[in-house]
Design a protein around this ligand. Structure first.
Ligand code: GLU
Length: 420
């Protein structure tokens, strides 16, 4: 007897295209319009050699995809991870287009990545890889063309090297070519924590809409303890939410009385992982997403809530701090089960929003105060939340409403420019 092959995993690109097609149907868009929005404006793959300490020379592969530039220059992060490939970058670039449009930021969507594991690499190697990649894509990026930023595996140091490498390749010192830079190089107050701050604002709004108060027994599980997950865990604790489970790529921990997040942060600074933290129990990483808590936050990578585990999700709220963490099948299951999913393009939009503020400050040679950034972040994320929740309801999920709002804006911009 032959055993049927397990279903192929849903790739991020399949998921992104399905969301677009569904929005197209809801909006009554022509097929030709949907097909135009399904394809990236430009996709670039580069192979570049970098001197390496052990083997003399190693060749790396990187990508930069501009999904859509109808509403403005491309915008989106650069990811360093072993499994980066062109299709993943295309999906992430498409989600950036919708995110900018939903927040009404005058940018299109883009994304980039280099396929390697940055963990354990020396600063010297990371700098060499970043400079070589930036040189290789320097003709395709620019302050009015396509503006990279940090994403998984990259940070403000990466952006400082990119800005400098771009200046050397083009002869133009253009601080607005990247965002997420260190403050002294023209970065913005509030950018480092912008994504987690935005997730925090959206979480409180979603709790209020569900008639819940954070201090009345609300608990959370956070998958990922990187820039976003760690910042968010701190915010949750400050808001009175008990963070009971946290995982990273190496393992997971649980403490039902609430994890002491500042102490965990100290442990992670020393040990490089949440594993081994003595004020919590070690648990199976997979159980974080299905834990008996009020809120589950996937804050790592795509495709982690799938048809295989969605029925076991018991949280009332899934807040997508990562991009694309829920597959379309899982989304349908969660909807049937009455779980509210706050979609990535809304939940994690604080990052690109403050990137936009940084870009504006660079163009105007201005520096905004931390208070101003914080106020504008809150106002714009809440306005987007109000808009999306007002358009959702019995017949439309928050994701369907958010995607439809964004796709309509991009399709309209394309039409007015005569691009379709
Ligand atoms: N990487 C972040 C995101 O996925 C930020 C992108 C940006 O600031 O351009 O939204």
């Amino acid at each position: 007897m032959t055993v049927p092959a397990p279903p192929a995993p849903v790739t991020p690109l399949c998921a992104a295209l399905r969301q677009l097609r569904e929005a197209g149907e809801q909006l009554g868009l022509d097929n030709a319009v949907v097909e135009a929005l399904a394809r990236p404006h430009q996709e670039v793959t580069v192979h570049f050699p970098v001197p390496s300490t052990d083997s003399g020379m190693a060749t790396f592969t990187g990508h930069r995809v501009q999904h859509n530039l109808a509403r403005g220059p491309g915008k989106g992060g650069i990811r360093y991870a072993p499994d980066v490939d062109l299709d993943e970058v295309k999906a992430l670039a498409m989600w950036m287009t919708w995110k900018s449009a939903l927040l009404d930021i005058p940018f299109g969507g883009a994304k980039g990545g280099v396929a390697f594991d940055p963990a354990g690499r020396s600063s010297h190697e990371l700098e060499a890889i970043t400079r070589a990649f930036t040189h290789a894509i320097s003709r395709f990026i620019g302050p009015e063309l396509d503006i990279p930023a940090p994403d998984v595996g990259t940070d403000e140091r990466t952006m400082a090297w990119m800005m400098d490498a771009y200046a050397r390749s083009t002869g133009q010192l253009a601080p607005a070519v990247v965002t997420g830079k260190p403050l002294v190089l023209g970065g913005s107050h509030g950018r480092a924590n912008a994504t987690s701050d935005g997730v925090g604002v959206v979480t409180l709004a979603a709790l209020a809409a569900a008639g819940r108060r954070p201090r009345d027994g609300v608990s959370a599980a956070v998958q990922g303890f990187g820039k976003v997950g760690s910042g968010l865990a701190r915010l949750y604790v400050d808001a009175g939410i008990a963070v009971r489970l946290i995982s990273d790529r190496y393992g997971a921990i649980r403490n039902d009385a609430g994890i002491d997040v500042p102490a965990l942060q100290d442990h992670v600074t020393r040990a490089g992982t949440v594993v081994g933290f003595d004020k919590a129990d070690a648990i199976e990483p997979d159980s974080v997403l299905t834990a008996d808590v009020t809120i589950v936050v996937p804050a790592a990578v795509e495709g982690v809530i799938t048809a295989a585990n969605a029925t076991a999700v018991s949280a009332e709220l899934v807040i997508e701090a990562a991009n694309g963490p829920t597959t379309p099948e899982a989304d349908a299951i969660l909807r049937r089960r009455g779980t509210t999913v706050v979609p990535d393009i809304l939940a994690n939009s604080g990052g690109v929003l403050v990137s936009y503020f940084e870009w504006v400050q660079a163009r105007q040679r201005e520096r905004w105060s931390a208070e101003r950034v914080d106020r504008q972040l809150r106002e714009r994320v809440l306005a987007a939340w109000d808009h999306v929740s007002g358009q959702s309801g019995k017949t439309r999920t928050l994701r369907q409403a958010a995607t439809a709002i964004a796709v309509r804006r991009v399709a309209e911009a394309q039409r007015l420019r005569g691009l379709i």
